[in-house]
Design a protein around this ligand. Structure first.
Ligand SMILES: Nc1ncnc2c1ncn2[C@@H]1O[C@H](COP(=O)(O)OP(=O)(O)OP(=O)(O)O)[C@@H](O)[C@H]1O
Length: 342
């Protein structure tokens, strides 16, 4: 039984078409000339309880707008959303008790007071019983090292500390679902790792369902088994990361350590390109649909003395870039099939 169900969800924004010319700023006060922009274009998906799903897409794709509708901040233009059986924008109060939200770009905490003070206010707002509040705070102190900065006003915290403080705030009331919009943005490598470990643990141990929006493909690779790709308001892909790599990462790299120099003659007949060469080590990119790694190795071993070799999987980063690019081509009128149909 899905915990999040989205059906034909759509969000349109009206944008003022500004008047130009003399006295434009005054004439714009009475301007009623709008264009309609579709930020989310009839998307459908469902997420099961306990899943940790990545939601990615290029800038302006519609991720934040979707999250805002799922959290009840925005009212959809049309379509249905149910989160833990509730309609977010209609049953706001009950919905707020079920969800935690972190917007990386904007803190939910009060800026001028220490995080611990904000937590006390949240305890009252959410009517969190003492026992649960203390248990959660103890856990977050341990996993997020909150004690290092919980008494410092939020405005003085580093970005990594602020993000940890925000995550704790979002989870104090034991929500079933956590929406994370860019939780690692601008955070250094070590702090990112800490945040990822925490997200993984609350998903595994507490069975919190997580929908994670990020531009960091390492977040996706390290945390999510399923990823949804949105572009131009439409879902282009919904499936596993392995399937994503298999379907769209056609190119593999064979790294070979040779005894002597490399002779590139006949490489194109093997559907292979030399992409890098460093001394006796070479990197060959080949199309796995056209030639297998073992075939390629056999062919190369005929003409070269090979000391060592390995096959590199495609980086998720490059696979996703390829998908964004083909999405862009579709926008330009290319007759590309929707990736979902492939
Ligand atoms: N309040 C608004 N009024 C008008 N247009 C909006 C509004 N909010 C978002 N949009 C537009 O809707 C589209 C989707 O925006 P959204 O913020 O959902 O994208 P995003 O995928 O989260 O992008 P990013 O990765 O840059 O944060 C964009 O074209 C944006 O300009």
């Amino acid at each position: 039984m899905p915990i999040i169900e989205v059906n034909e969800l759509r969000k349109e924004f009206k944008r003022l078409i500004p008047k130009k010319g003399p006295f434009a700023s005054i004439r714009n006060l009475w301007n009623t000339n709008y264009s309609v922009h579709t930020a989310v274009n009839n998307i459908s998906f469902s997420i099961g309880k306990g899943e940790l799903v990545g939601y990615i897409g290029p800038n302006g794709a519609g991720k934040s707008t979707s999250i805002k509708m799922l959290t009840g901040i925005l009212v959809p233009t049309s379509g249905d959303i149910r989160v833990a059986g509730l309609v977010p924008f209609k049953q706001r109060k009950e919905h707020a008790a079920n969800i935690g939200v972190v917007f990386g770009q904007k803190t939910q905490l009060w800026w001028d007071i220490p995080a611990i003070e904000s937590y006390r206010v949240l305890k009252t707002i959410y009517r969190i019983p003492n026992e649960i509040y203390n248990r959660n705070l103890d856990m977050f102190r341990e996993l997020l090292d909150l004690h290092e900065f919980e008494n410092t006003p939020v405005r003085q915290l580093s970005l990594g500390q602020r993000m940890r403080a925000d995550l704790a705030a979002a989870l104090l009331h034991d929500p079933e679902i956590l929406f994370l919009d860019e939780p690692t943005i601008g955070v250094d490598v070590l702090a990112k790792e800490k945040l990822r470990t925490f997200i993984r643990e609350i998903n595994k141990d507490r069975k919190v369902t997580v929908l994670l929006t990020t531009h960091d493909m390492t977040d996706i690779e390290k945390l999510c088994s399923r990823v949804m790709i949105i572009d131009d308001g439409q879902i282009l892909y919904d499936g596993s990361i392995d399937q994503l790599k298999n379907s769209f990462g056609g190119e593999r790299t064979l790294v070979i350590e040779l005894e002597d120099g490399f002779d590139p003659v006949g490489l194109d007949l093997l559907h292979t390109r030399l992409v890098r060469e460093e001394g006796t080590r070479i990197w060959l990119s080949y199309d796995k649909e056209k030639i297998s790694a073992s075939q390629l190795m056999l062919e190369l071993a005929r003409t070269h003395r090979i000391r060592d070799l390995s096959v590199e999987e495609p980086e998720i980063e490059s696979v996703v870039r390829q998908i964004y690019e083909s999405g862009l081509q579709r926008k330009k009128g290319d007759s590309h099939a929707a990736l979902l149909d492939i």
